[in-house]
Design a protein around this ligand. Sequence first.
Ligand SMILES: Nc1ncnc2c1ncn2[C@@H]1O[C@H](COP(=O)(O)OP(=O)(O)OP(=O)(O)O)[C@@H](O)[C@H]1O
Ligand SMILES: [Mg+2]
Length: 251
Amino acid sequence: MILEARSVGKTFPDGTRGLDGASLGIQTPCFMVLSGTNGSGKSLLARHFLGLEKPDSGEVLVDGKPLATCLAEARRRIALVFQEPEHQILGMTVREDVEFGPRASGTPAVVRERTVGEAIRAAGLSGMEDRLASALSGGEKRRLAVASALVTRPELVILDEPFNDLDWAGASELLGLLLSLRAEGTGILVVTHDLEKCLAHADRLAVMEAGRVIRDGSPAALWDSLPALGLRRLPGSVDALAAMTWAGKPA
Ligand SMILES: Nc1ncnc2c1ncn2[C@@H]1O[C@H](COP(=O)(O)OP(=O)(O)OP(=O)(O)O)[C@@H](O)[C@H]1O
Ligand SMILES: [Mg+2]
């Protein structure tokens, strides 16, 4: 699948220019990182990719088709884990929340039971199936959002600041899960300024500034310019990437 933003512009009624000609193409499978400083437009671009915001100029295309003409299909194929996970809780309990998508799409009960169980296990929530979703801790809510996004097996998963609230074990487990999905052919787009936890595994890094994508290349090629882009680079050469591994082996 190819998901593409072409010169997307978005100005809010209060005059804030959220996106200013943002262009980015994502081809699956991949492990891509979209970074940039606070307010550079990362979350807003992610929301445009799911049709949750409408551009006032430019367009979003899925396999070359305008997103507006294939929105339902796009939302089956692409999942977004929000920066604020409480915004996407739809069920009372953990199990009901993860079941929500498969139930809405008419997945048979026996298949649902298996896929929901797998997603809950993969997200590290085993044993918490009957807990109230709204009463979970911040890190547990993030795990729940991940489980609910993955349960329908999307082709591309966009995760907005997925490591926020996660402890070290939770962050490395999530990274391990993303790497295994990538190995199975899923596209992974991690939206984050927290490069330390994921850049070693990325095959591509794009950086936003003031509502547009100003850099797009391999992590190694962009390594030296990270500080000038307002992003943290560990001391040392690009070899430091290998030392940044949080799970598994560097790609
Ligand atoms: N509904 C809105 N109304 C007005 N301005 C908005 C709205 N949504 C986003 N913006 C503005 O658009 C810009 C980009 O916001 P966005 O949330 O995409 O930033 P970000 O790169 O994800 O930042 P962070 O790293 O803090 O998550 C910001 O200046 C933000 O204030
Ligand atoms: Mg954001």
